[in-house]
Ligand binder design. Structure first.
Ligand code: APR
Length: 183
C-alpha cells in the first residue's frame, strides 16, 4: 500500500473512497463535511439519514467509520468517520488513529483500491496539524504493514500550505513500523 500526498480540495479528488471528517450526527456540517455534501449532492445525506433511522440511531461514535454513496463526487463511496475533539489534558490519539484504521477497514470491505483522507480533526476539532499528520501517516503505515486488503493507495489531501507542509514532513519521517519506504 503506497502513501501519497495530493494537496487540494478533497471533493475534486478522484479515488474509490473519499473520507469525510464528519460529526456523530452524520447530518452534515462545515469544513470537509460541508464541502462533501455540497458537491456530492443530496443522495449522500439521504443515505446518512437512512443510517440514522436504522443501524445508527444514536449517531456514529468518534473513531468509527461508515460508508455511503459518493453521489456526484468523482469517487465511488464516501466513508464518514468522526474524529475526536482535541483536548489539552486528555490524550485521544488512539481515537484519531482509529478513524484512519476503521476507514481503511471499511474501504477494504468495499473492495476499494484507493482512499483519500482529509486531515481529520485538524480543523474545527482543533487538533494540532503536525500531530494530526503524524498520527495519520503512522497509522496508515501500520495498516500497510499488517495488510490493507484491496487498498493499494492512500492519498492524503491537505488543504492549504500549512497542512501540506505538515503531511510532507510526516511522510518524510522514517517509517518506524519497519515496512519498506513508500514509493
Ligand atoms: N478538502 C480537503 N480538506 C479540507 C476541505 C476540502 N474541501 N475543507 C476543509 N478541509 C480541511 C481543513 O482545513 C482541516 O485541515 O480538512 C481538515 C479537517 O477540518 P474540518 O473539516 O473542520 O474537520 P474536523 O476538524 O474533523 O471537524 C469536524 O467540523 O465540519 C464540521 O461537521 C463537521 O462537526 C464536524 C467537524
Amino acid at each position: 500500500m503506497e502513501l501519497l500526498i495530493a494537496p487540494g480540495d478533497i471533493t475534486a479528488t478522484t479515488a474509490d473512497v473519499v473520507v469525510n471528517a464528519a460529526n456523530s450526527t452524520l447530518l452534515g456540517g462545515g469544513g470537509v463535511d460541508g464541502a462533501i455534501h455540497r458537491r456530492g449532492g443530496p443522495e449522500i445525506l439521504a443515505e446518512c439519514r437512512r443510517l440514522r433511522e436504522t443501524e445508527l440511531p444514536d449517531g456514529l461514535p468518534a473513531g468509527q467509520a461508515v460508508a455511503t454513496t459518493a453521489g456526484r463526487l468523482p469517487a465511488r463511496w464516501v466513508v464518514h468517520t468522526v474524529g475526536p475533539v482535541w483536548a489539552k489534558t486528555i490524550d485521544k490519539s488512539a481515537t484519531l488513529a482509529s478513524c484512519y484504521r476503521e476507514s481503511l477497514r471499511v474501504a477494504a470491505e468495499l473492495g476499494a483500491r484507493s482512499v483519500a483522507f482529509p486531515a481529520i480533526s485538524a480543523g474545527v476539532y482543533g487538533w494540532p496539524m503536525d500531530d494530526a499528520a503524524r498520527i495519520a501517516v503512522t497509522t496508515c503505515r501500520e495498516v500497510a504493514a499488517q495488510g490493507a486488503g484491496s487498498v493499494e493507495r492512500v492519498l492524503f489531501v491537505p488543504f492549504g500550505e500549512r497542512a501540506e507542509a505538515a503531511f510532507r514532513a510526516a511522510l518524510d519521517a522514517p517509517d518506524a513500523t519497519g515496512a519498506p519506504a513508500e514509493t
